[in-house]
Design a binder for this molecule. Structure first.
Ligand code: PGA
Length: 306
């Protein structure tokens, strides 16, 4: 039996919630990533762990047994980790971090998880758009930054740690909301609401359409993701946004992701700092925390090649 700790951790979360979606939310993974981990675990132990009846999933007998073991393993690991951290004296200090406006939708959750491990760490979190982030890095005003892929011509070290799919959204009553595989050419007749200049989302959107020779009409320019979402709901045009910003609106069915050819645009979130910067032990710990993920290890080479 060859199982990894990560597989057990993912399994434990699915077993606790009896939901792939909620486990994915808790672990900051996509739902397919969670399903793959569980499937691989089932393959290596050669027994099914869950069974699906109607829309619900249930633990099998093997699943129940494994849940007991994985809980104990998780407890032991957490204890070992906290003992090691005490030894390193990592529980104190201040983490200065600046994140892209768009990353602000998931970073507080990550900071909460980090804080559970490092209780006495104080966090100073600043939020600004891509242009603002690059300026802060240039002026050495922050320890770490979370942003879309930074430009190559700056003296920066950066590592990807999470997917950032960009999607097109419309109000649910929009004529295209139910269409399947909408051809890109159909978007040329649509008005798009855009973020302010200096936004990474906007730069990615403009590049995507430019490279495909599609000229979309741009409507209002809005200074935040929230303003774009509100304006899309008010039928002022379509929006192109990071899926990370949409959790609430999708749940409440206030917005619908359009099924457009070539979408989502798959970007990634990067943890960034100036090359050669001496990171404090807290900043190093947070960077390690972000990168300590099966997704990162598995996809690093692939993301770098993009
Ligand atoms: P934002 O996003 O600048 O549009 O908030 C950051 C990025 O995607 O680079």
């Amino acid at each position: 039996m060859h199982v990894t700790l990560r597989q057990l951790q993912v399994f434990e979360a699915v077993a606790r919630h009896l939901s792939y979606t909620r486990a994915a939310e808790e672990l900051y993974l996509t739902q397919p990533a969670v399903s793959i981990q569980v499937r691989q675990l089932e393959e290596s132990i050669e027994l099914p762990l869950f069974e699906q009846i109607g829309k619900k999933i249930y633990l099998t007998e093997a699943g129940e047994e494994l849940q007991r073991y994985s809980r104990r393993i998780a407890e032991q690991l957490a204890e070992a980790e906290s003992v090691m951290e005490e030894l390193k004296g990592l529980h104190r200090g201040q983490l200065n971090i600046t994140v892209a406006t768009t990353a602000n939708y998931f970073v507080p959750g990550l900071l909460a998880a980090f804080n559970k491990r490092y209780h006495d760490v104080k966090v100073a979190l600043d939020v600004t758009n891509r242009e603002g982030l690059l300026k802060q890095l240039e002026l050495n005003e922050t320890d770490l930054v979370i942003m879309g892929r930074p430009p190559h011509d700056r003296d920066l070290e950066f590592e990807p740690f999470r997917e950032n799919p960009l999607v097109i959204v419309a109000p649910p009553s929009h004529p295209l909301a139910r269409s399947k595989r909408i051809p890109l050419s159909k978007l040329a007749s649509q008005t798009f609401l855009v973020r302010e200049r200096g936004s990474g989302t906007r730069i990615a959107m403009e590049r995507f359409f430019r490279e495909r020779g599609i000229h979309v009409k741009t409507g209002m320019e809005l200074g935040s993701n929230e303003a774009v979402k509100q304006s899309v709901q008010a039928h002022l045009g379509l929006g192109l946004l990071s899926q990370d910003t949409l959790t609430m609106e999708l749940k409440l069915r206030q917005l619908k992701i359009l099924d457009v050819e070539g979408f989502p645009i798959m970007r990634h979130w990067y943890v960034v700092h100036r090359r050669g910067k001496r990171l404090s032990s807290v900043a190093q710990a947070f960077k390690g925390f972000l990168l300590d993920d099966a997704y990162v290890r598995k996809h690093k080479a692939q993301i770098r090649a993009q």
